[in-house]
Design a binder for this molecule. Structure first.
Ligand code: TXA
Ligand code: MG
Length: 332
């Protein structure tokens, strides 16, 4: 049985983490599935519970920048980004400190570590009380949409984890931005809750989507030639069960509608990301909307989900990234 813990049961959740159990907890982005990052058995449990096909490196969560920078080597850029965006939806990949006790399974054996200080007050207090770095991917079964409520977590992982700490719905609703600072030039590994524009305000221009796409394709090609799975994320990572059609400017009668702004007419089933065209509101409603349309649409016998265009600026980059993944051909 997976316990659903109210905010008052914070200490119980922290004790479970310290004991090597799996606890899902709220962050401002999505719910994370937490385990003691120093405990290899506990971290292995994350992969088992999610049914993850591969050991990808996990993000380590900390209550503050000081705790995070005790595990990694932070340069000037990392410090100014932390100053500006922590606590918040930004993850930094940095060289791991020699002597860090974070288990190698957490970082998938690499010499780098992804660190983040979430803004959700319950998460920070939980992390403070756990007293250890907490590894946490999103708390959903592999290949499914990320959870933004405790209810979503229970639907996907109920019975497979010790507990979920219920902190209500997530405010941002999209995963954190992942920025690689471990090499020379910074690179964007995943668009997310902090926009590239805001990051470039602090460390200067670095983002070249065209170039990064080419690099990603080259790496994927190399991986295929060696018979390995693609690096990075599976394209179909955020997949709902019903097929998703992007950039919809008309609606088929058998489609559910994922609207943005003024909805296309004639939908039997619709979810509006943001009637007033607000990207932050749209981000916070994206995963819940995909879930809702998928479940209700399947129940009504609809054939797919038509997603209206979302502008690409600011948070729109991350929203469009998740929509493209939801619409990508399924793997495995
Ligand atoms: O908002 C979030 O980031 C959520 C909440 C729970 O904090 N967590 C999350 O974790 O989305 P996950 O495991 O689903 O995504 C981790 C991302 C992956 O794209 C992974 O490849 C990248 O971070 N990552 C983690 N460690 C890395 C490393 N050492 N080097 C490069 N990429 C890394
Ligand atoms: Mg995930």
């Amino acid at each position: 049985m997976t316990g659903r813990l109210p905010p008052e049961a914070l200490e119980r959740a922290a004790a479970l983490l310290r004991a090597g159990d799996l606890v899902a907890f709220p962050t401002e982005t999505v719910y994370g599935l937490g385990a003691d990052a120093r405990n290899g058995r506990a971290v292995a449990g994350i992969f088992a519970a999610k049914g993850r096909p591969r050991f990808n490196p996990l993000i380590c969560h900390f209550p503050d920048a000081e705790a995070a920078f005790a595990e990694v080597v932070a340069d000037e850029r990392a410090r100014s980004l932390a100053e500006r965006f922590w606590p918040g939806p930004l993850t930094l990949v940095l060289p791991r400190r020699r002597g860090s006790k974070v288990d190698l399974l957490t970082t998938a054996g690499t010499e780098t570590m992804a660190v983040r200080v979430p803004a959700h007050p319950l998460a920070r207090e939980l992390l403070r009380r756990a007293g250890t770095p907490v590894a946490a991917p999103s708390a959903n079964p592999s290949g499914r949409v990320s959870p933004t409520t405790a209810e979503h977590v229970l639907q996907g992982l109920g019975g497979r984890i010790a507990a979920v700490l219920d902190g209500g719905p997530c405010a941002v609703g999209l995963e954190s931005t992942v920025l690689n600072l471990a090499g020379g030039q910074p690179s964007l590994l995943r668009p997310g809750g902090v926009t590239v524009e805001a990051i470039e305000d602090v460390i200067g221009a670095f983002h070249d989507p065209q170039l990064e796409e080419e690099v990603e394709e080259m790496l994927a090609l190399l991986a295929r030639q060696q018979g390995l799975p693609s690096p990075g994320m599976l394209r179909s990572h955020y997949a709902p069960g019903l097929p998703v059609r992007l950039e919809a400017r008309h609606l088929d009668p058998h489609e559910a509608l994922l609207a943005f702004g003024r909805p296309l007419p004639g939908a039997r089933l619709a979810w509006n990301l943001s009637e007033r065209g607000d990207l932050a509101e749209a981000a916070s409603r994206l995963f819940a909307g995909l879930r809702f349309l998928d479940e209700e649409g399947s129940r009504l016998g609809l054939a797919g989900i038509a997603a209206m265009p979302v502008p690409a600026a600011g948070l729109g980059e991350a929203i469009n990234d998740r929509l493209r993944r939801a619409a990508a051909p399924r793997q495995g």
